[in-house]
Design a protein. Structure first.
Length: 76
């Protein structure tokens, strides 16, 4: 399970009221992400663009590995 630090968790209302400052903190890597809570449930995560792109590349690599292994297991 993922853990979050206290300074990374924001209510939806806090995000609406403080969007610019939260975005600035993420952009400057003061915080890694902003986890948004609505009705006491984790609903979304706000990341800076470089982190998002890094995760997208990781997903592409994992999908390629999965496809390769799947083909091997099917005898292709």
């Amino acid at each position: 399970m993922t853990t979050f630090s206290k300074d990374e968790i924001y209510t939806a209302t806090e995000v609406v009221r403080n969007f610019s400052s939260i975005l600035t903190r993420i952009s400057k890597n003061e915080i890694k992400r902003a986890v948004i809570v609505k009705n006491n449930k984790f609903e979304a995560v706000l990341l800076n663009m470089s982190e998002y792109e890094r995760l997208e590349k990781a997903v592409a690599v994992l999908e390629a590995i999965y496809s390769s292994k799947k083909r091997e297991n099917n005898g292709e």
